[in-house]
Design a protein around this ligand. Sequence first.
Ligand code: NAG
Ligand code: NAG
Length: 597
Amino acid sequence: MSANPFHRISNPTWVLNLCLMCAVFELAGAEASSGIPLCYEADRAALLSFKAGIVVDTTDILGSWVGRDCCGGDWEGVQCDPSTGRVTGLQLQRPADATSQYMKGVLSPSLGNLQFLEVLVISGMKLIRGTVPDSFSNLSHLTQLVLEDNALGGNVPASLGRLTALKILSLSGNRFLGQIPVSFGSLKGLTELHLARNALTGPIPPVLKSLIFLSSIDLSYNSLSGSIPDFIGQFRNLIYIDLSNNRFSGQIPNSFCYLGNVVDMSLNDNQLSGYVPTQFGDMKSLTRLSLASNVLTGQIPESISKLDRLWYLNLSRNGFTNPLPESLAKGIPSILSLDLSYNKLKLGTVPSWIRLRELSDIRLAGCGITGPLPNFAKRDSLNSIDLSDNRLTGGLAPFLAMMSSIQNVKLSNNLLTADLSTLKLPSTLSSLDLHSNQISGSLTSILSPKTSSFLEALDLSNNKIIGAIPEFKQGLSLKLLAISSNHITGRVPASVSNLVDLQKLDISRNQISGPIPASLGHLKTLQWLDVSINQLTDKIPSTLLGLNGLQHANFRANKLCGEIPQGRPFNIFPGVAYAHNLCLCGKPLAPCEGAAE
Ligand SMILES: *[C@@H]1O[C@H](CO)[C@@H](O)[C@H](O)[C@H]1NC(C)=O
Ligand SMILES: *[C@@H]1O[C@H](CO)[C@@H](O)[C@H](O)[C@H]1NC(C)=O
């Protein structure tokens, strides 16, 4: 017995050895070494059918789908259950920074054969077209279906209502048509429903009432209509709600006041009417609220001042009336961005609580403000200001002083004065709109790279500016330059070609003379050119034919003569763009005399 201690256990050893042998054999056959079961053959076939449906893949993700084992880790975006070799996840996402990459093709119905799939994400591929195959309704284990930012179309398949394990459903950023399927009422476990940026119509179906676990709903940028259902106020887990940019009408439901967890609410750009519910301030968690661009009326409710975490409030473009609630003076302690523009508010002056707060974005356009520009106490916190379309008077210079973070200033359509020759612009400024004021002086110092190297947009149209356009030095980053309807004289300097980023140039309605410089043709990014109603002479330089991106051009009412450059884009502009000149000829006007047709 002791002579051969192994003898008695020889039988089990033999079984064990045999098993090891089969395993080694199997592994060797698949060239794998991890010990994880191989990808299930039917799942591999389903993935390869999907791959075959994608005819172009510039992301190169599918290039990694080669070989026998789709679970070995080499197949990018494929996850498996290590104990069964079944595919449980397929996640194909274009990297956010790879904006030019895409996949072109269709979604193969064979994906519906991935019986054990739990997560399916195919996002940002831009050119995946066609419909969502009905076979997807067979993916009974699916908890996440995310097909964002492709080019899928047709109706949202009602059969998706069979996917009752779903927690996350997003079809945002496609071309889906028709209504939200009534079958979605069965998706009772859903926490995220995102159907934004499609072409959906019709109402929010009443059956969605059963989606009581929703924490995030985004239906923005569709053409949905009808009223916003009351039952949304029962979704107590709701954190994020975006119904903006649709055609919803009727009142904001009172029940919304119970949404104590909502952090971000956008109802803007609809046709909502009536009063804002008085207890709106009960939504204690709100940090962002936009009700802009509706037809809401009455006063802004006092209770809004109780929103302690609110940093963004946009109530612009409604019919709100005076007075602003007094409670606001002590309330909304976290506010950073406030937009009350274009209501029926007649503020008279900027309320002191707005002047004294540390805000970054203040927009009070068309708010009936008169008198001098307000003296903001915390100037160095300001990033954007819009006080356009008021009746502000007096000087501009002191207002711009000491704004050390300011980027955007819009003061158009007021009665402001300033001498451009002495005006100091904050060095951080990127956009300045002063059109339709009483600005005087010449352009010389404001267009020197010293004072405005960050400036990208400058609109000084419809003021009282005199003198000539100065030479442009290198280093300006202007994309928009509008100086129309002033008293500007002199020539267009050839150095205009130093504005290498220019997209829009409007010098119309001045007294500018001399020829159009040929160097204008070097501005390859130019899209919009208006030189009309001046005293420009000579020919339109043929170099302008190089401006391939030009979508609008106007040469009307000058003293131009000679043949219009023949070729795109010039042939596509209408005849009026060349009318009232000295002797322009050639298409789209009459042929030049003596021209060989
Ligand atoms: C769902 O799966 C079953 C069984 O495999 C199949 O017969 C049926 O055609 C599938 N449904 C769809 C819509 O593909
Ligand atoms: C407020 O909403 C309007 C309309 O949607 C929009 O145009 C504006 O830019 C918003 N204001 C701010 C400060 O975001």
